[in-house]
Ligand binder design. Structure first.
Ligand code: GLN
Length: 529
């Protein structure tokens, strides 16, 4: 009998209509993003906090530069990670090795108190590990489906939910524990779940049958690299020839270039989240709540935490039902990670209910992005399926404008901050609304990214165009840190409002240009939507 999906017989058993292997990838990615975003939430806060508070007492500018470099470099290594998996290791091995390196990276960071070298070694391992992990787990999702189309797109949407569920829990818990208990514990917690994610994946691998196995039996690193460079050159020559011939290919490649260029503006502003916006949350936002305010926050925070936890636990039980008989060990390891996470969640919520005053952690605001994604994604996909489905460039433009408006709210909220102030007590409503607008923007931009690249590029150039896309993300994240690092001199000379106006006006300007370019870009896509 012909199988409907790729992979083993067990993979044919479905969860929510999708192959059960999708959920193995979902939970692996969930724990990886837990670790990535959990650590990202703490990085800048840890670096700038005083020695007395266990931090490194860095200047804001230094911390934001390191933040930019780190979050940028995690997008450079995937170019090589994808190549190594394709030619050498196979996707599955690359994912396991990447996850192991990241586990060691988090462990190393947790030992930062012994010597600072461990901290930098940790960052290095995370950058390398991410390169092997992220591109390859993403392409395995696609390989579960036999043909392109709606089902595969839906598979990626579910996977995106895994990303955000992980980011949500990671920022919530690593952030809370890092800020309130101790930085090492926060960093360490990120590592523990990365490890569980890896084990869970490792022991469930057979569910994928031949998907993601290493391409060759034996492996010679130098040969493989040489081969792939030759192959790329050949492909490039061929495509350049054809492009000369075909205006269509050339036009489509230009469209990818334009989209990649505008993508830089989006993530450049968006990635202020773990950088200057975290500084703003820490030092310029009133995070102390008492009385009715504290009670409201406790109740909202409890619902915000428990509801997503219940949903993913429910998904977990469905996966168990389909795969426990064949992959008990993997299931038990995953189940154990869930027991631990539930214990931590309940401990945190009870601890908060016991105190009269609530000190909202500065990292807490970061959870709003992933929470709003999970909450609004269904609504947005309904809108895109209705007659109100704008073209890709218009969606992109709306996303940029919403992002800019989010920063406009922060600029407005900052008007009471005096020139050069190092602290202030602005209401937290501004940050909450900013994150809401940023997320609405992300929901417009995210469908236009990688799927457009894969549709517009000629098959032979898809890999390379993904590379272009990653480089755009690198530039965006890196320059996000660099721009953020000027926060102090800008606040001194022009004020906080001006600082946030930069991130208001540039994306809105980019969005308007995109609207103007819409018709031209559509023509140049030659029928691809
Ligand atoms: N939030 C998504 C992730 O972490 C996308 C981030 C991005 O493309 N820069 O995977």
């Amino acid at each position: 009998m012909e199988f409907k999906f790729g992979g083993s017989e067990t993979n044919q058993k479905t969860v929510l209509g999708h192959p059960s292997g999708l959920f193995v990838l979902f939970f692996t990615e969930m724990w990886e993003r837990f670790s990535y975003y959990g650590m990202r939430a703490l990085l800048v806060l840890f670096l700038v906090s005083t020695l007395l508070d266990g931090g490194w007492a860095w200047e804001r500018s230094e911390a934001l530069q390191l933040y930019g470099l780190y979050t940028g470099l995690v997008y450079i290594t995937p170019i090589f990670g994808g190549l190594i998996a394709d030619k050498l290791l196979g996707y599955r091995n690359a994912i396991v090795v990447g996850a192991l390196l990241m586990t060691l990276g988090h462990a190393s960071m947790a030992l930062e108190g012994i010597t600072s070298i461990f901290f930098y070694l940790g960052l290095f391992l995370l950058i390398i590990g991410n390169g092997l992990f992220k591109p390859n787990i993403s392409s395995m999702v696609g390989q579960l489906y036999k043909n392109q189309g709606k089902e595969k797109d839906a598979g990626y949407t579910i996977f995106y939910m895994g990303i955000n569920a992980g980011a949500f829990l990671g920022i919530l818990l690593c952030g809370y524990i890092g800020e309130k208990v101790g930085w090492h514990y926060g960093f360490g917690l990120a590592g523990i779940f990365m490890f569980f994610g890896m084990l869970q994946f490792y022991y469930a691998q057979k569910i994928f049958a031949r998907i993601g196995l290493s391409p060759k039996g034996t492996v010679d690193f130098d040969d493989a690299i040489e081969d792939s460079i030759e192959e790329i050159n050949d492909d490039l020559e061929e495509v350049v020839d054809e492009a000369k011939k075909s205006k269509v290919t050339r036009d489509r490649l230009i469209v990818i270039g334009v989209l990649a260029f505008f993508t830089i503006f989006f993530w450049w502003a968006f990635e202020q989240a773990g950088g200057s916006m975290t500084i703003f949350a820490n030092d310029y936002t009133d995070r102390v709540l008492t009385g009715a305010g504290a009670n409201t926050f406790k109740i909202v925070n409890t619902i915000l935490t428990i509801v997503p936890m219940l949903i993913i636990t429910w998904v977990l039980t469905m996966l168990f039902r389909q795969t426990f008989s064949k992959f008990a060990l993997s299931n038990i390891l995953l189940g154990t990670s869930f027991v631990i996470i539930w214990i931590i969640v309940i401990w945190m919520l009870v601890r908060e209910f016991q105190s009269d005053q609530t000190d909202v952690p500065a990292s807490w605001f970061g959870i709003l992005n992933s929470f709003f994604i999970i909450a609004f994604a269904p609504l947005f996909s309904k809108i895109w399926q209705s007659k109100y489905n704008p073209t890709g460039p218009i969606k992109f433009a709306i996303g940029l404008i919403l992002l800019g408006l989010g920063f406009g709210i922060l600029a407005y909220g900052s008007m009471s901050i005096p020139l050069g102030a190092k602290t202030a007590s602005v209401s937290m409503i501004f940050l909450i609304l900013a994150y809401l607008f940023h997320t609405l923007g992300e929901l417009c931009v995210s469908p236009v990214g990688l799927s457009y690249v894969s549709k517009l590029a000629p098959v032979k150039l898809v890999g390379m165009m993904f590379g272009v896309w990653f480089v755009a993300n690198f530039i965006a994240n890196w320059t996000a840190g660099i721009t953020g690092s000027y926060i102090d001199p800008i606040v001194e000379e022009y004020g906080m409002t001006t600082f946030f106006l930069i991130f208001t006006l540039v994306p809105i300007g980019a969005g308007i240009i995109m609207i103007i370019l819409n018709k031209t870009l559509l023509k140049m896509m030659h029928g691809i939507r």
